[in-house]
Design a protein. Structure first.
Length: 55
């Protein structure tokens, strides 16, 4: 019984690590570097697009 629990725990850890890796790989393409200073709230305005966003 103890070996089964250890095997299940290891499998869960491996699956969890895979999910984190997959999520990182998927989300890392969404980050785009851009210039611009931020205000006290960590936000700035894109004057061309007329939008404001925060970091």
């Amino acid at each position: 019984m103890k070996k089964v629990l250890v095997a299940l725990m290891l499998a869960g850890m491996l699956l969890g690590a895979g999910n984190v890796t997959a999520a990182t790989a998927i989300s890392s393409g969404d980050v785009v570097e851009h210039g611009g200073r931020t205000d006290g709230s960590g936000c700035h305005r894109d004057t061309k697009a007329g939008t404001r966003h925060c970091h």
